[in-house]
Design a binder for this molecule. Structure first.
Ligand code: ADP
Ligand code: MG
Length: 264
């Protein structure tokens, strides 16, 4: 007899996505369990962000009776409810630069999926408490009253992670989180991702930067031209031969203290 299992975080079959008349995801099949930390690697334009947007229902697969896209076991979702269970950290914080938004406001605006707060947003005491809790967790209480536009890119990134955490999601999706970060901020980001993965949250990381694949991540998926090119254990896939094939150029790989690095 099989042991009953909790539903998969992501279960997709035959998912095809078309953007501007062009097929950018080709009949994808994917199964990711909760608690399984996964990195998706692939060159620019391979469809990584499109995949994230399909998971978060910003984009929809083309209709086909053989297509399924289940999240936490459910096919149909109210998008705002889904957003409370899946936090998204993209590297796009530009919208927070146009107006004078403080760190605390940026984080609280996560409750409303808005950019900053307006007079119509009713911030409750419980929301304030939760925001303080996530700032504590990410070691950023000192950023509460600073303007996001005046933060370093590393500080801004941590505020965006805190914003994604306000609903206590069950999974966090990171889309190329280390872009434009300096070396120190990259290291801090990795420590934050590790800590979150160990806290019981599922981490799904999209990157083309090998050191972002923190030791907690055991499974790696390669994406190429809108298809999954490989899926397996990190040690099997993060090799010179496999990565050279993925990125169509000759690269070397070194491993130090659980972190992989590209060497040329
Ligand atoms: P990645 O995140 O791996 O760099 P994307 O998912 O952003 O790749 O892009 C996959 C493909 O979809 C690319 O060919 C890209 O040009 C195309 N694409 C991305 N965004 C849009 C858009 N807004 N409209 C039409 N095509 C898009
Ligand atoms: Mg992208």
């Amino acid at each position: 007899m099989s042991i009953p299992q909790s539903p998969a975080l992501i279960e997709m079959h035959n998912v095809t996505v078309v953007r501007s008349g062009r097929t950018v995801l080709h009949a994808l099949n994917l199964h990711i369990d909760e608690g399984e930390h996964v990195a998706i690697l692939g060159p620019n334009g391979s469809g990584k962000s499109t995949l994230i947007k399909t998971i978060t229902r910003e984009l929809y697969p083309i209709f086909d009776p053989g297509t399924t896209l289940r999240l936490f076991g459910l096919e149909r979702w109210n998008v705002s409810e889904l957003r409370t269970m899946l936090g998204i950290v993209s590297n796009d914080i530009d919208p927070f630069f146009g107006r004078p938004i403080t760190g605390a406001e940026a984080i609280l605006s996560g409750f409303f999926s808005s950019v900053g707060l307006g007079a119509f947003h009713k911030v409750t005491g419980a929301m304030q408490e939760r925001a303080a809790e996530v700032m504590e967790q990410l070691e950023i209480p000192h950023l509460a009253n600073r303007l996001v536009s005046e933060m370093s890119s590393g500080e801004g990134r941590r505020v965006m992670i805190a914003r994604a955490l306000v609903h206590a999601p069950r999974a966090l999706l990171f889309d190329e989180p280390s872009n434009s970060l300096d070396v120190t901020s990259q290291r801090e980001l990795r420590q934050t991702m590790s800590k979150l993965a160990r806290s019981g949250l599922t981490v799904l990381l999209i990157t083309h930067h090998l050191p972002d694949v923190v030791p907690e991540i055991g499974r790696v998926i390669f994406m190429r031209q809108g298809s999954f090119a490989a899926d397996g254990a990190k040690a099997e896939l993060l090799t010179s031969a496999r990565l050279s094939e993925l990125f169509s150029c000759s690269v070397g790989v070194s491993l130090h203290d659980g972190y992989y690095h590209l060497t040329s």
